[in-house]
Design a protein around this ligand. Structure first.
Ligand SMILES: Cc1ncc(COP(=O)(O)O)c(C=O)c1O
Length: 452
């Protein structure tokens, strides 16, 4: 069985090498000057990434003339598709007027207005250049506000690349303690002080989370979590679990931060609106910058006051040379003002149909696959057991995962490496059917290999 699966992967990998010869030349040149040939680990794909010629609408075109229906969408960012004329026009008119100034522009107030109006937890907002900075600032604010220093995050939760959230993000199975969830460092010689400051909780486990939160309550400034977990195929958390976290944080004076950097795309007001649970702070990124670098954090007035230099509560200097730069703000306003209830309803209904069709395929073939997701987000997991947390997610079969990804890429469908993805407003059932058909083709071959 394993040999047959390996043969399948080898066969698909050879096809990719044939199709992407110019990309290989570019990749080799890039490896001379950048480790691994790129500048963002998530850009990596085996055996090397293809290089882009251009992208328009739903498709990316590579330099070898291959086209890909893009469900990667730069990690869910491009909700209006690539090179959307509304965004291109907004950028073109701004660029001639200057790209950045050290004084404010109207664009930032306009984008802030839209976000504050839509997001239940957001009285005030500040912009950053990345989601990483947004979660970093929200954590700083929580510390200053609660006068406590530790933070809690969840095992397998990704919130960017700064040190305090880089604990137990992708721990190896062999490093996990079956009884409990001590923080596992993400790199060698991560300072032990960081690990002391970060408490790791298990998603969807009320008893264990309660025990740890109660134990550290006097030192815990915040809990940072995603309501829909990007790293586990966009698994929506159990509603009871989110409610429990909301209640216990409220009771114990711990700031609850929803990282909605990806999940904000599920409705006008994000997952917090869909689930009707309001955190104290929210972090954003991805879609709100219209395809330009962006992040934002915001929340209750009394917390955000810490950033107001005119307030007697002022405590945190939040600088950033490119924060709220006019290009990002104009692109952000263009994207957000073209995303209304109709667009969210349409994308979410299509996402529901896609998940249903994918489930039917796996049922028909009788292959152990969990189709996860919510709204316009989906994940395909080769796993016989229900996914509820990091430990169940890492039981996904890595070989089958890679075969599906590679086959789809060879057939012009681009997913994230773990076979998760997102829809954009341009997509229709036609694109879903193509994707589902290609998934059926390769999954049938996978099933046949297992039966060999
Ligand atoms: C949930 C979540 N939080 C934080 C980040 C970090 O955002 P950025 O890559 O913009 O720093 C990401 C990025 O993928 C994310 O998905």
């Amino acid at each position: 069985m394993q040999k047959e699966l390996n043969n399948l992967l080898d066969h698909e990998t050879k096809k990719y090498l044939e199709k992407t010869k110019s990309s290989l030349i570019k990749h080799k040149a890039a490896t001379e000057v950048m480790p691994g040939g790129n500048t963002r680990t998530t850009q990596w794909m085996d055996p090397y990434p293809f290089f882009v010629d251009k992208a328009e609408g739903m498709y990316i075109h590579d330099i070898d003339g291959n086209s890909y229906l893009d469900f990667m969408l730069n990690a869910t960012t491009l909700i209006l598709g690539h090179a959307n004329p509304k965004i291109v026009n907004a950028l073109t008119s701004q660029v001639g007027e200057g790209t950045v100034y050290s004084v404010p522009t109207d664009g930032q107030t306009k984008l802030a207005d839209i976000l504050v109006d839509r997001i239940p937890s957001m009285d005030k907002v500040r912009f950053t250049n990345s989601g990483t900075e947004a979660t970093m600032m929200a954590i700083m604010a929580s510390r200053s506000f609660t006068k406590k220093t530790k933070i809690a995050k969840f095992e397998g939760g990704y919130h960017g690349t700064h040190d305090h959230v880089s604990v137990s993000v992708y721990p190896k199975k062999s490093d996990l303690n079956p009884e409990t969830h001590p923080g596992v460092p993400e790199y060698s010689f991560q300072p032990p002080s960081i690990l002391e400051d970060v408490i790791v909780l298990p998603y969807n486990n009320i008893d264990k989370s309660k025990e740890l939160i109660t134990k550290y309550k006097d030192d815990l400034s915040c809990i940072i979590m995603e309501p829909i977990i990007s790293n586990f195929g966009y698994l929506p958390l159990d509603l009871d679990f989110i409610k429990f976290i909301r209640d216990i944080t409220e009771e114990l004076g711990i700031v609850l931060i929803f990282d909605e950097i990806q999940s904000f795309r599920v409705s006008r007001g994000g997952a917090q609106e869909s689930f009707n649970i309001t955190p104290d702070m929210t972090t954003l990124g991805k879609i709100i910058g219209g395809g330009l670098p962006v992040g934002a954090f915001g929340g209750k007035e009394e917390i955000m006051e810490l950033f107001d230099p005119t307030s007697d509560k002022y405590d945190i200097a939040h600088a950033g040379t490119f924060n709220g730069n006019p290009l990002t703000m104009e692109a952000g306003v263009a994207v957000m003002s073209n995303l209304n209830q109709k667009e969210f309803d349409q994308m979410n209904a299509l996402g529901e149909k896609l998940r249903h069709k994918l489930r039917s395929v796996f049922d028909e073939i009788n292959l152990g696959v969990q189709v996860t997701g919510y709204g316009s987000l989906f994940g395909i997991n080769f796993n016989n057991q229900k996914i509820v947390d990091y430990r169940t997610f890492i039981e996904n079969d890595s070989g089958m995962t890679k075969i599906l990804f590679t086959y789809l890429r060879n057939n012009g469908v681009l997913l994230q490496l773990k076979n998760a993805g997102a829809l954009n407003v341009l997509m229709s059932e036609k694109e879903m059917d193509y994707f589902v058909d290609k998934t059926r083709e390769i999954s049938t071959q996978i099933k046949d290999s297992i039966n060999e």
